[in-house]
Design a protein. Structure first.
Length: 372
């Protein structure tokens, strides 16, 4: 992901080839990079690589279905989603498009890592499967970590970058600019990465936890090899944002990531900070903005940042609640939802009650109206 290959297509092909080694089939994974306007009502293919190349043919049809379709496909409530998940709350036209693509590719499902490295740019890393996909919590978390790294790598490519420091594999600082993260922090992070990459530890899934996507919320660690010399460049790579004056840079970073549906643990991972720091910054931001709940806080952030990902009811809800909310949008009753999700009517009723409470909606009609 952090390769220094200059050509965008060659870089994407390299990432797809590496992903194929993980997923075991080079003809079942790919990547598509799309551009979209500030209104997020259409998408245009900028680059397609691997098995996703044919997916670019479907993009005009997604745009033709309207802004809701674009948001459903390219602004899902979590970074990792599947066709099966999208289909649960898609419109008839969107489900038909999914089915047509699956039949053309001879697949039953797909998992997508959906990222937004810069305003107006989205990327989807895509893996198709001949079977319906059911991911464990651990698998979803690992894929989310990979998505955060890919997003950081893309942001570093599409935005002019500044090298703040150079660190040797043993943690020694070779170069340090003013404004870089503390030398002690950089040394510690590089040593962590080196430990994670040893022959003994690299096959341990927990090793990925040692290489956070950013350092102190502001820089990526990018490996560089020049002949026999190997080092890590510290590349300024701050999250794109619309400034909110009342919030510090750190507070806004945490609120923005929380609005994308990331739990505190993965917000910490994405920014390279501790979980207590995430909680502290959320609490501080809520106090500054007068938000009574976490849901209100991320709504404020979305409003100021004009981020089309952060829709009112999706920011503080569980995956099951988000799925039920979309079924409510389709006008289904509790009984119909229970049959569709293979749950009891009582369970669905309780989850609908939670939705009403979390969104401060007095009725189901108000809930559906507020969350469209």
């Amino acid at each position: 992901m952090y390769s220094q290959v200059a050509d965008e297509r060659a870089w994407a092909d390299g990432v797809v080839a590496a992903a194929a080694g993980v997923f075991g089939s080079p003809d079942r994974c790919g990547m598509v990079l799309v551009a979209y306007p500030s209104t997020a009502d259409s998408v245009e293919c900028r680059l397609a690589s691997g098995a996703c190349a044919s997916a670019a043919e479907s993009l005009p049809r997604v745009s033709h279905l309207g802004v809701d379709a674009v948001r459903r496909f390219f602004f899902p409530p979590s970074l990792v989603t599947t066709h099966r998940t999208i289909a649960q709350y898609a419109s008839d036209g969107e489900r038909a498009l999914l089915q047509e693509y699956q039949e053309r590719q001879g697949v039953a499902d797909a998992v997508g890592l959906v990222m937004h490295p810069d305003p107006g740019l989205a990327a989807v890393m895509y893996f198709v499967s001949p079977h319906e996909l059911v991911m464990t919590v651990r698998q979803r978390r690992r894929l989310t970590q990979a998505a955060l790294h890919l997003e950081a790598a893309l942001r570093a490519r599409v935005r002019p970058s500044c090298v703040l420091a150079e660190v040797m594999p043993d943690g020694q600082i070779a170069h340090l600019e003013h404004g870089a993260p503390a030398a002690s922090v950089l040394s510690d992070r590089v040593r962590r990465i080196e430990r994670a990459r040893t022959r003994r530890q690299r096959n341990d899934p927990d090793a990925l936890d040692l290489w956070t996507a950013l350092v102190s919320g502001q820089a990526s660690l990018v490996e560089r090899v020049d002949g026999a010399r190997r080092s890590y460049l510290v590349v300024e790579n701050a999250l794109a944002r619309q400034p909110i004056r009342a919030l510090t840079r750190g507070e806004l970073d945490v609120v923005t990531q929380t609005a994308r549906g990331l739990p505190a643990k993965l917000v910490a991972y994405s920014l390279g900070i501790s979980q207590p720091a995430v909680s502290s910054r959320l609490e501080s931001a809520a106090g500054k903005l007068g938000a009574a709940t976490r849901l209100e806080l991320v709504r404020f952030a979305a409003m100021f940042a004009r981020d089309p990902r952060a829709r009112f009811a999706e920011t503080a809800l569980t995956a099951a609640e988000r799925a039920i909310l979309q079924l409510l949008h389709r006008g289904l009753s509790n009984g119909e939802i229970a049959r569709l999700r293979s749950r009891s009517v009582r369970t669905i009723a309780n989850q609908v009650a939670n939705l009403l409470r979390k969104t401060a909606s007095p009725t189901r009609r108000a809930l559906v109206t507020r969350t469209r």
